[in-house]
Design a protein. Structure first.
Length: 248
């Protein structure tokens, strides 16, 4: 059980009214989430959802040879384990923490039960699932029609959206994993983005210098899911009660 007047940073939780948020909070377990921590295992039962508060989680699809590529990135705007909201008991994809953070676990079965009783909660969470589907669609577009430089810019922007810092704690090796390309290609493109003064890369870190330049490079690969998410948040806002803290 959480302590009194607990402050939440997850945007989905902050959108809920005090009563529903308090009901969920009473059943949530705060957890530390180190980089590499597995939240959803491939082929394993999705027992819990995790509302991410800080850090980043990556859903990665692997082929039989072990090669992988990221399909969905989750930060404080969302939850992991979301296939369970569609009735899936397992998923072939794996979700792991890519940047250390923390979050709140809650049994998936309990959230599903609450969704049956609360139309507003159901609209919010299924609306978020739609955003994840749009992310996958943008990934397909980016991989099929755009260059590695544009795809890299898209991913850096998505990280920047989800972390409250211009200094992104990510390595060349990790970027090669999530983008499904060889490390030398990542290194070369980072150097080019440095040359146009969009970023500054150092060991284990990428600093965003000029977001507008990154957005220009990313072109149409970035922005569609992000705009739809903001529309969802605006639609779900209540004029009466949108707390970020509750007493439980």
């Amino acid at each position: 059980m959480l302590g009194s007047n607990f402050v939440f940073y997850n945007r989905l939780l902050k959108t809920l009214g005090t009563e529903r948020l308090s009901q969920l909070a009473a059943r949530m377990e705060p957890v530390n989430l180190p980089a590499g921590h597995q939240l959803v295992g491939a082929g394993m039962p999705i027992s819990h959802l995790c509302f991410i508060e800080t850090g980043l989680a990556s859903t990665i699809v692997h082929d039989e040879g072990g090669k992988g590529i990221e399909t969905v990135l989750v930060g404080r705007e969302g939850i992991t384990g979301w296939p369970a909201l569609l009735g899936a008991e397992t998923t072939p994809d794996e979700t792991v923490m890519s940047v250390t953070g923390r979050g709140y676990l809650i049994p998936a079965a309990e959230v599903l039960r609450d969704m049956e009783e609360d139309a507003r909660l159901r609209e919010l969470l299924l609306g978020y699932v739609n955003i994840c589907m749009l992310q996958v669609g943008q990934l397909v577009l980016a991989n099929g029609q755009y260059s590695l430089r544009e795809r890299l810019a898209r991913w850096l922007l998505m990280c920047h959206d989800r972390l409250d810092t211009d200094d992104l704690p990510i390595t060349h090796e990790f970027l090669s994993t999530v983008l499904g390309v060889r490390r030398p290609g990542i290194t070369n493109e980072l150097h080019i983005l440095e040359g146009i003064h969009a970023i500054r890369a150092s060991r284990g870190k990428v600093r965003i210098i000029n977001r507008r330049i990154l957005e220009s490079v990313a072109d149409a690969t970035y922005g569609v899911p992000e705009k739809e998410y903001e529309r969802l948040m605006a639609r779900m806002q209540t004029d009466v009660d949108t707390p970020s803290a509750v007493s439980v």
